[in-house]
Ligand binder design. Structure first.
Ligand code: FES
Length: 80
């Protein structure tokens, strides 16, 4: 990931509170400015204190829900 891939902006909403912008990378993760507390469907919680957190959107990460760049690996076609 390069710095050009990441765009995060904090903006003020109508009530004056900040909101966090996230960026969806096509074929890759969802980038969220950290730290974050992620709640999974089973109720488990995962925390990350990183400046930028890449949340897996492809389902192939061995470190789910965090991206481990497995989305970059190409799937081989079957030669059947
Ligand atoms: S989005 Fe990167 S491993 Fe799933």
């Amino acid at each position: 990931m390069t710095s050009e891939d990441v765009t995060v902006a904090r903006t003020e909403n109508g009530a004056g509170a900040e909101r966090t912008a996230v960026r969806v990378v096509r074929g890759g993760p969802v980038l969220v400015e950290g730290p974050v507390d992620i709640e999974l469907p089973d109720g488990c919680r995962v925390q990350s204190d990183r400046f930028m957190v890449a949340i897996c959107a492809c389902g192939r990460s061995k470190n789910y829900p965090l991206c481990d760049t497995s989305h970059r690996k190409r799937r081989r076609r079957s030669t059947d």
